[in-house]
Write a protein that binds this ligand. Structure first.
Ligand code: ASP
Length: 213
């Protein structure tokens, strides 16, 4: 999403190793979000389908997850068809990026393997505008963490709005994260006043700032 209001997103796609490239193609269409089979065919059209299997790390995470689900049969087994894996990477590993160019134009992008365990077809916050990302001339924000809770609070939009209303980026992120209760979440943001990153948990989260040009 860019600060001039252009949005491209994809959800529930397999075999697309670079989904942000696909999202950029969607951004060029009259639509905002493509999902499932239609997204895959659109990816084929643009030569972006490249089947890849789960990494050893993802497979191991999936096995751990399946063991946990089997240990809690009432919670998961009535729902879960186990069709999500091992074909789909089961680890979370969301990557988010926010950027500003020399003219002060902003952009945000993110990409995720989803959450574990999840049902086949589950869509989390990452491809949903206002939830996993948001951008306007005021700020660009990306989120990671428990997707369902992030969606309920439209977390990226909430953090964005605090910045737009005059909070520092640090305070804006802290205020938004306070809504998450026990659910883990992390946010990064950029605006003309600077950049910030924050999490309500010790998450395996790294945060880098790079300047070029
Ligand atoms: N937010 C992602 C999701 O719920 C998971 C993550 O951030 O790692 O799909």
């Amino acid at each position: 999403m860019t600060s001039d209001g252009r949005i491209g997103a994809v959800a529930a796609v397999r075999d697309v190793p670079h989904p942000i490239r696909l999202a950029l193609r969607v951004l060029e269409t009259p639509h905002v979000l493509l999902a499932g089979e239609g997204a895959r065919r659109f990816a084929e059209l643009h030569g972006l389908v490249e089947p890849f299997g789960p990494s050893p790390h993802a497979r191991e995470a999936y096995e751990r997850c399946r063991a946990r689900a089997q240990a809690e049969p009432d919670r998961w087994l009535p729902h879960w068809n186990f069709a999500t894996a091992p074909d789909v990477p089961a680890a979370c590993d969301t990557i988010g990026a926010v950027a500003m160019d020399r003219e002060g134009r902003l952009a945000v992008a993110n990409s995720t393997g989803g959450a574990s365990p999840m049902l086949l077809g589950r869509v989390g916050d990452s491809p949903l505008v206002g939830c996993g990302f948001y951008c306007s001339p005021a700020a660009a924000v990306a989120a990671t963490g428990h997707g369902e809770t992030i969606i309920r609070h439209m977390l990226s939009r909430a953090a964005h709005d605090h910045i737009a209303q005059g909070d520092t980026a640090e305070r804006a992120l802290a205020r938004a994260l306070a809504k998450m209760g026990d659910a883990p979440a992390g946010l990064i943001a950029i605006h003309r006043g600077g950049v910030a990153g924050a999490s309500n948990r010790t998450m395996p989260c790294s945060f880098r700032v790079a300047a070029r040009g």
